[in-house]
Write a protein that binds this ligand. Structure first.
Ligand code: NAP
Length: 206
């Protein structure tokens, strides 16, 4: 049996980096991707596993996605796990009533169209795996159940990602391609920060 191959987006820091580290310890070959190749290379070197392969990937750039697809096709001829982790704009500073729609659009480009395009592009390689799966890193902020005001760009993008997950899961179930969304909970990353005071999932003044 060959070691499984996993692709992690936004893996130079935060949750993507830690997921890469842990999967590498479980004998996965990891395509540790970042929009900056030097950052991917630095993270792979710091984590130190020979099974961590740095690669450039900007999830908003179709040419970047296509180039990585061609590399994976050439080197592995399959992909076992796609982890759509990269995301932006946890916009605690704005509300839906007055949100900057350019910020909302940017969030959708990275947090929804990025994972969507990756799923579409890598499906043929996932179909070559014996146990293919897609993991979309979402957030409780995208759950419609209990959704209130605040963080509009982020919450709407994660709600859309959840909807995409449901659709892909239904459409790919017959092919035994498992598609899930996960919420990692509050994690001390650049996005999550080191501490806060929250009510109903929203930051409030101390
Ligand atoms: P983070 O520390 O802010 O890291 C985000 C990662 O995404 C970085 O590597 C960043 O790269 C990358 N990225 C942004 N835009 C990209 C693009 N266009 N192409 C490729 N990579 C891009 O975030 P995190 O806390 O690790 O979050 C990871 C995931 O968990 C996200 O989906 C987030 O929504 C979710 N999540 C996090 C928390 C939390 O508490 N931290 C809670 C719930 C859900 P650069 O370094 O180049 O910017």
């Amino acid at each position: 049996m060959q070691d499984p191959v996993a692709l992690v987006t936004g893996a130079n820091r935060g949750i993507g980096r830690e997921v890469s580290r842990q999967l590498a310890q479980h004998s996965y070959t990891i395509l540790l991707t970042a929009r900056s190749l030097p950052k991917a290379e630095a993270a792979a070197q710091e984590l130190g596993g020979s099974n961590l392969i740095p690669a450039q990937l900007d999830v908003t750039n179709p040419a970047s996605i296509a180039a990585l697809h061609d590399r994976v096709q050439h080197e592995f001829k399959r992909l076992d796990v796609l982890i759509n982790n990269a995301a932006i704009h946890y916009d605690t500073w704005q509300r839906a009533v007055n949100a900057d729609l350019d910020v909302v659009q940017e969030a959708l480009e990275t947090n929804v169209y990025g994972p969507w395009r990756l799923c579409q592009t890598f499906l043929p390689l996932l179909r070559q795996s014996l146990h293919p799966r897609i993991v979309n890193v979402s957030s409780g902020g995208g759950a419609l159940n209990g959704m209130g005001g605040g963080t509009p760009a982020y919450s709407i993008s994660k709600a859309a990602l959840n909807a995409l997950t449901l659709m892909l899961a239904a459409e790919l179930r017959g092919e035994k391609i498992l598609v899930n969304a996960v919420c990692p909970g509050w994690v001390a990353t650049d996005m999550g920060g080191w501490g806060g005071f929250f009510r109903d999932g929203q930051p409030i003044p101390w």
